[in-house]
Write a protein that binds this ligand. Structure first.
Ligand code: FMN
Length: 218
């Protein structure tokens, strides 16, 4: 018999670690994100750069999965993937995406919404070349998101590419590279006692090219 019922009503936690005010966050959300990221790294959070990426497909159905943040610059948040994957197709038909970080040990969440664009070939090449050989071969071997009849297919592919590129620099596959999420809004959430959390939202005004800051009710 299947039993998939869970009673979770009694799981309860108070958030007590820290607080967030308008002054601490400053006026530049990317720079404040940087500060929080460094604090999360310092706190030795596992997979600190793991973020949920939400996309929307051509039928308006949302999809979410984890990817790794690999670069952050003044323009935005960069991650790498297979351009022909499900998410690649979704971002081709709809450039609106959302990113989510939850650093539970710090009782912090960051929500980012914006549009996505591919990074340049040079940027993708530079990152690809920095990867270990096994990851490079993995990128060649996996038709990401396709249904495959069994695991052996990708293992055979891996062996084939290992042979093909033995003693050669492994080039970046044309179907693999980076995307940059250019943020339109960034919200910082700090857990507080009694569900009276702090939420500071920044939205970017594309006309006057400025970030505006708001406090949201929890
Ligand atoms: C911790 C973690 C990190 C991941 N990082 C990436 C990543 O950087 N790029 C990627 O393509 N998939 C990554 N994945 C796998 C994705 O979550 C997902 O399974 C895959 O990209 C296929 O997604 P799609 O079919 O929606 O395109 C990661 C998964 C986990 C759990």
């Amino acid at each position: 018999m299947h039993n998939s019922k869970l009673n979770l009503a009694d799981i309860r936690k108070e958030y007590m670690l820290s607080e967030l005010d308008e002054e601490i966050v400053g006026e530049e959300p990317l720079s404040f994100f940087n500060t929080w990221f460094l604090e999360a790294e310092k706190a030795e959070i596992t997979d600190v750069n793991a973020m949920t990426l939400a996309t929307v497909d051509a039928l308006n159905t949302p999809h979410a999965r984890t990817v790794l943040l690999k670069e952050l610059d003044d323009a935005g948040f960069v991650f790498y993937t297979n351009y022909l994957s499900a998410k690649g197709n979704e971002m081709k038909s709809n450039v609106n995406v959302a990113l989510l970080f939850y650093w539970k040990e710090l009782e912090r969440q960051v929500r980012i919404e914006g549009t996505v664009e591919k990074v340049t070939d040079i940027v993708s090449d530079t990152y690809f070349n920095s990867r270990p050989e096994g990851s490079k071969l993995g990128a060649w071997s996996s038709p990401q998101s396709s249904v495959i009849p069994h695991r052996k297919i990708i293992e055979t592919n891996y062996a084939k590419y290992a042979e093909e590129f033995s003693n050669l620099d492994i080039p970046r596959p044309p179907h693999w590279g980076g995307y940059r999420v250019i943020p339109k809004s960034i919200e910082f959430w700090q857990g507080r006692a009694n569900r009276m959390h702090d939420r500071i939202l920044f939205t970017f005004d594309s006309e006057d090219k400025k970030w505006y800051k708001y406090r949201l009710a929890p």
